[in-house]
Design a protein around this ligand. Structure first.
Ligand code: NAD
Ligand code: UDP
Length: 313
């Protein structure tokens, strides 16, 4: 039997964090869910509030935190371009000061700490698909930089705390993930298209829709995250976690419309935001080899579950 651990999940009331909290509790752990509710909500974790092993704390990671824990999953940070560009200075602070505070906590408590990094560290990549060894092509002064450079700096801090202070780190780079508990106004493409199709609103493709993304269903990500945290081989990463099935944004729009046949929505084309990456697809050889992990849920199956969730809202 696995031993019960005390686990802190920052950003735990967000989309991915709420799934992670549920899973960690189901596995018999105690979970402290920390969130400032900027993009997350109590609704995402309300089914957990009666569990005595669950504690919900309102706190901003840019301020120090004093708790005793065995593990930390550091997810706090808005992830949708619309939300992370709303207050870009706060976004960088959340990534950088948040990392420093959580790494300091890990150092004091000797907790193992996992950073939710992102495929955005590769920027608009010239290498395709992206392996972990690729250093990326990132604009340091653009509208996405607060997120991309904040996350890159957080990775640097993780590796320096590991080299300098021997903190037990794990770093994953998450590729586009979707599923239930995404905010209906989240602004990311999968939730936008589904909500638009269900409401009969125009489906908004930015640019000509030829840019690509590779979409991972949230349950697959949670499996990979826990495998990475628990791996005993000393694999610290960075490790890509994503689904390598690549689609154009236009193909995604068509698929969503096909799966919501009653929809009266039409596709419209809007300007492409600056620095929007042209293509993205993870090379997941490392996760396959070292973690024995690969995603199992195909886009159709994941979209169906996500459409059912938004339909029920
Ligand atoms: P989300 O916006 O739903 O969740 C982020 C959570 O962090 C929210 O609950 C928000 O309120 C909280 N938060 C934001 N700033 C905070 C602060 N200063 N202090 C405390 N809490 C704060 O997004 P998500 O998709 O669940 O993403 C979770 C993590 O995974 C993020 O770090 C994100 O960068 C990373 N990630 C996500 C994806 C994806 O496709 N979903 C891809 C790459 C990386
Ligand atoms: N996108 C789109 N319409 C939308 C939302 C997003 O065409 O309503 C595009 C966006 O320009 C990008 C892709 O879909 O090319 C993925 O966008 P998202 O914000 O989901 O994530 P990211 O750009 O961070 O991968």
């Amino acid at each position: 039997m696995k031993s019960k651990k005390k686990i802190l999940v920052t950003g735990g009331a967000g989309f991915i964090g709420s799934h992670l909290c549920s899973r960690l509790l189901k596995e018999g752990n105690e979970v402290i869910c920390l969130d400032n509710f900027f993009t997350g909500s109590k609704d995402n974790v309300k089914h957990l509030l009666d569990d005595t092993n669950f504690e919900l704390v309102r706190h901003d990671v840019t301020f120090p935190l004093y708790v005793e824990v065995d593990q930390i999953y550091n997810l706090a940070c808005p992830a949708s371009p619309i939300h992370y560009q709303f207050d870009p200075v706060q976004t960088t602070k959340t990534s950088v000061h948040g990392a420093i505070n959580m790494l300091g906590l890990a150092k004091r408590t000797r907790a193992r700490i996992l950073q939710a990094s992102t495929s955005e560290v590769y920027g608009d990549p010239e290498v395709h698909p992206q392996p972990e060894s690729y250093f990326g092509k990132v604009n340091p002064v653009g509208i996405r930089s607060c997120y991309d450079e904040g996350k890159r700096c957080a990775e640097t801090l993780f590796f320096d705390y590991w080299r300098q202070h021997k903190v037990a780190i794990r770093v994953i780079r998450i590729f586009n993930t979707y599923g239930p508990n995404m905010h209906p106004n989240d602004g990311r493409v999968v939730s936008n298209f589904i909500v638009q199709a269900l409401k009969g609103q125009d489906i908004t493709i930015y640019g000509d829709g030829s840019q690509t993304r590779s979409f991972q269903y949230v349950d697959d990500l949670i499996d990979g995250m826990i495998k990475m945290m628990e791996n005993q081989e000393g694999l610290i990463g960075p490790v890509n976690l994503g689904n390598p099935d690549e689609f154009t944004i236009k193909a995604l729009a068509e698929k969503v419309l096909e799966m919501i046949p009653e929809s009266k929505s039409k596709i419209v084309y809007l300007p492409l935001p600056s620095d929007d990456p042209c293509r993205r697809k993870p090379d997941i050889s490392l996760a396959k080899e070292k973690l024995n992990w690969e995603p199992k849920i195909k886009l159709n199956e994941g979209l169906k579950k996500t459409i059912d969730y938004f339909r029920a809202l």
